[in-house]
Write a protein that binds this ligand. Structure first.
Ligand code: NAD
Length: 481
């Protein structure tokens, strides 16, 4: 029996109501290319209506810490019960493997759970104010107050968990949220909104406007009643948001081209090579901001490591992402796969050697490892955002740390070594928001502060740290006799 694919209609959410208005953007299954949804792109009037409602909600309604804890905990439970359905929905709209989508859902559950716990402890601090010149008797304390209306603008590659990373801490801290999901993958996140409603989030605490970034997203930037923007996406759009919103608060989680250094004393090279292949080529099909991209390997172990890496890459299963055995599916669009192909071709024309892969089949780009590279090649200095690893041999650890730092990006770096002194030194010298020792740059725990320096961003995520960003620390100073 042929099963007909149901085409879903996705509108905007304002005060709990679904509004189907605006241009229609078709959303396709990235592997089968079937039409799976029509999403409406919000016009200026709809965006204004969403902002009006969010401002009203923040002014007139409050959730207690207990309410916030209950809602976020309940949302974690519902997500947990629907894990398989949610993962399948992500796989269809993004094209990444089912295993990868399941990992994404696990992270969303953790993020909700941590945010729920943190909603109980939005604390300030006490500061005595002794002044030796005037002998003043003053005491200060601080309280953390919600910033107000937060616009959360999210990307396609982890469409569910990266939205949870913004919504959960925003609610935990007592804010209201306007979500603008990525137009290429807006389906699963709309179920997230329903889940929050089922978990007891009252109307207006989350409003959603769907649509094109340059229209729906842009209208959000113009309205000064929005108190904060939390954005995950490309450097270009992040920069544009920062330049557009003036003095209002911004956090930016942007791109990178993560370096990973495998020193000569790293242990279990075969394991390390497998980890690099999986987390550089298969995680989100290489479309992860902390993907292993530049891989620097010490000359004493280079050949052995290279063979392990190529072997590991050759075992990755490429194909239908809904098949539980698949590791790598299509990229978000054929246009993006063509871009990756062009960057690889350019590198080859400039002397790079393809150890494995290099071919494209529609939107699928085969897992690729390149060597004989120059720092000026795009595959080395830009964010590839596809399943491509650039493998580089080095002799001198100090030189390679300099090379790793010689980048406009600074999100996370990986270092493998058994030398404690090198761990301590390199982790301080690597100019990155996070340094992962004896694991790859692609590691992210939802408990850690996460965020980049340089062009990789501004501010931190991870519910504990995002709550700090999403609150203002207000000082209260008391004079006593
Ligand atoms: P993108 O920048 O193209 O889009 C991200 C979001 O911004 C989308 O919702 C889009 O509609 C919106 N947008 C686009 N133009 C806008 C405008 N003018 N005003 C307001 N909103 C606008 O990014 P993408 O292609 O969806 O995602 C890939 C990028 O995201 C990569 O660079 C990747 O490194 C980055 N990323 C970073 C992290 C991190 O945590 N640092 C995580 C995931 C992805």
């Amino acid at each position: 029996m042929i099963q007909e694919t149901k085409i879903v209609e996705l509108g905007h959410v304002i005060s709990g109501k679904r509004i189907y208005k605006g241009k229609i953007i078709p959303v396709f299954n990235k592997y089968t290319k079937e039409l799976i949804a029509n999403v409406y792109s919000a016009d200026e009037q709809t965006v204004k209506a969403a902002i009006d409602n969010s401002v009203e909600t923040f002014k007139n309604k409050k959730l207690s810490a207990k309410d916030r804890y209950d809602i976020l905990s309940k949302a974690a439970q519902i997500v947990s019960c629907e894990k398989n359905e949610l993962a399948l929905s992500i796989t269809k709209e993004v094209g990444k493997s089912l295993k990868d989508s399941l990992t994404e859902i696990d992270r969303a559950i953790d993020t909700f759970t941590i945010a729920a716990e943190e909603s109980k402890r939005i604390f300030g601090e006490g500061i005595p104010l002794p002044n030796k010149f005037t002998d003043e008797k003053k005491m200060a304390y601080t309280v953390r107050v919600p910033v107000g209306v937060i616009a959360a603008i999210t990307p396609f590659n982890l469409p569910f968990t990266l939205a949870v990373h913004k919504i959960a801490p925003a609610i935990a801290a007592g804010n209201v949220v306007i979500l603008k999901p990525a137009e290429a993958a807006p389906i699963t996140v709309m179920r997230l909104v329903e889940i929050l409603e089922e978990a007891g989030l009252p109307k207006g605490f989350i409003n959603v406007i769907n649509g094109y970034g340059h229209e729906a997203g842009e209208y959000l930037l113009k309205d000064e009643r929005i108190n904060m923007y939390t954005f995950t996406g490309s450097v270009g759009v992040g920069n544009h948001i920062k330049n557009s919103v003036g003095i209002r608060k911004v956090t930016l989680e942007l791109g990178s081209n993560a370096p990973n250094i495998i020193h000569k004393d790293a242990y279990n090279l075969e394991q390390v090579a497998k980890l690099c292949a999986t987390r550089g080529l298969a995680t989100a099909n290489g479309q992860a901001c902390i993907s292993v991209q530049r891989l620097y390997v010490h000359s004493e172990i280079f050949n052995e490591f290279k063979d392990f890496l190529v072997d590991a890459a050759s075992t990755l299963v490429v194909g239908n992402p809904e098949d539980p055995n698949t590791d790598i599916g299509p990229l978000i669009s054929e246009r993006q796969a063509e871009r990756v192909e062009n960057w690889v071709k350019e590198a080859v024309e400039d002397g790079a050697k393809v150890l494995i892969g290099g071919e494209r089949d529609g939107a699928i780009f085969k897992p690729t490892i390149l060597t004989n590279l120059k720092p000026s090649m795009k595959v080395m200095c830009e964010e590839i955002f596809g399943p491509v690893i650039s493998l580089v041999e080095y002799d001198d650890i100090d030189e390679v740390i300099k090379e790793a730092n010689d980048s406009k990006f600074g999100l996370q770096a990986g270092l493998f070594t058994s030398d404690l002194n090198l761990v301590m030194r390199a982790s301080m010298e690597l100019e990155y928001g996070g340094v992962i020792v004896n694991d790859v740059s692609t590691y992210r725990s939802d408990w850690q502060p996460y965020g980049g320096i340089k062009d990789s961003g501004l501010g931190k995520e991870g519910p504990i740290y995002a709550i700090r960003e999403m609150t203002d620390e207000k000082a209260i100073i008391i004079n006593y006799q």
